[in-house]
Ligand binder design. Structure first.
Ligand SMILES: NC(=O)c1ccc[n+]([C@@H]2O[C@H](COP(=O)([O-])OP(=O)(O)OC[C@H]3O[C@@H](n4cnc5c(N)ncnc54)[C@H](OP(=O)(O)O)[C@@H]3O)[C@@H](O)[C@H]2O)c1
Length: 214
């Protein structure tokens, strides 16, 4: 599928590279330095190129939104009309210094985003793992015991698109339900970040849910 990357930093840069290597057509956009975008596209291979946020969004079957919360309005205004588009967001509603969620409990960043672009089909995914683990998971893709990755969204078709990208990246997609479940997944992402960045063992951390049956 064609995947537009809005925000080509730690998350967008790595996920875009992974999607391109997995065979999807990727357009990197939205960084302060065009040369960085070109280098990303070169490293990601023949399926990747650079575009404006508008090109990345308008030509895409799925858009990955991977910007800091404070850049949301700016990137969306540059992307143009996203009505009907599948928007997979890994963006967490963090304050400027990334220490706290600024939306939580009675709403979530994903729900606020859906209110901002009500005609788009928003799915929250990839927000619960640190960028440092992404290449490692992708490299182990064909091995047993894939890590889980929770996602949630209100549109069945969009959820299917997100699940396809999650699988392409080497994770086992776990449908957590409607978009309001992002009220749980977003704080969970902070738990994973706490373990990744403050715990022993380094940030290459993913998680796996197991069901135990008798
Ligand atoms: N990093 C993680 O492990 C992680 C995990 C889960 C969720 N998240 C969430 O994912 C989202 C993206 O995180 P990230 O770590 O990938 O952020 P990041 O590395 O800072 O990437 C953000 C991208 O936005 C671009 N950008 C920022 N300000 C801009 C501006 N004024 N004009 C144009 N481009 C601008 C950056 O450009 P430059 O490339 O020029 O800096 C970069 O490409 C955030 O909402 C974060 O909370 C991150």
């Amino acid at each position: 599928m064609r995947v537009g990357i809005l925000g080509s930093g730690l998350m967008g840069g790595k996920l875009g590279t992974i999607f391109a290597r997995a065979g999807h057509e990727v357009v990197f956009s939205y960084a302060r330095n065009m040369e960085k975008l070109h280098e990303l596209a070169r490293n990601a291979g023949k399926n990747a190129r650079v575009g404006t946020p508008r090109e990345a969004a308008q030509e895409a079957d799925a858009v990955l939104l991977a910007v800091h919360w404070s850049r949301l309005d700016d990137v969306l205004s540059q992307a143009g009309d996203v009505s009907g588009k599948v928007i997979v967001t890994c963006s967490l509603p963090m304050n400027e210094d990334n220490t706290e969620l600024v939306v939580a409990h009675t709403s979530s960043g994903a729900e606020q985003l859906e209110k901002r672009i009500p005609k788009a089909r928003v799915v929250a995914a990839f927000n619960t793992v640190p960028s440092e683990v992404l290449f490692g998971v992708y490299e182990r893709k064909r091995k047993a015991g894939r890590p889980s990755l929770v996602y949630c969204g209100d549109d069945e078709g969009a959820n299917g698109v997100a699940a396809e990208l999650i699988e392409a990246a080497g994770f086992d997609p776990v449908n957590a339900g409607p978009l309001r479940i992002a009220r749980y997944t977003e704080p969970f992402a902070l738990l994973v970040a706490q373990l990744a960045y403050e715990g022993a063992g380094g940030p290459e951390l993913a998680y796996r849910f197991e069901r135990f049956k008798k």
